[in-house]
Design a protein around this ligand. Structure first.
Ligand code: SF4
Ligand code: SF4
Length: 76
């Protein structure tokens, strides 16, 4: 899918509400903070709506992958 969930760790309090709502099990609370498995997330936005802290946003997937020009090819 085009969108993927992105957690603001400063806002997350580890309440696990998002975990219960996620239909694919892509989001898990580990050591008190929600972590999204971007390989499984389908960008449905249920976690975004369920979070009482407004800690989750949907972001376009391409924002997570670095552009190739961040890694210039070595000349030698
Ligand atoms: S619902 Fe929000 S505050 Fe609760 S664990 Fe998920 S991201 Fe964190
Ligand atoms: S956007 Fe949907 S699939 Fe992705 S983590 Fe949130 S609830 Fe799960």
């Amino acid at each position: 899918m085009f969108f993927v969930a992105y957690v603001n760790k400063n806002r997350c309090v580890g309440c696990k509400t998002c975990e219960r709502y996620c239909p694919t099990g892509a989001i898990k609370v580990i050591r008190g903070k929600a972590i999204v498995n971007w390989m499984i997330c389908i960008g449905c936005g249920l976690c975004v709506r369920s979070c009482p802290q407004q800690a989750i946003r949907l972001v376009p997937r391409y924002m997570l992958t670095p552009f190739p020009w961040y890694f210039p090819r070595r000349t030698r």
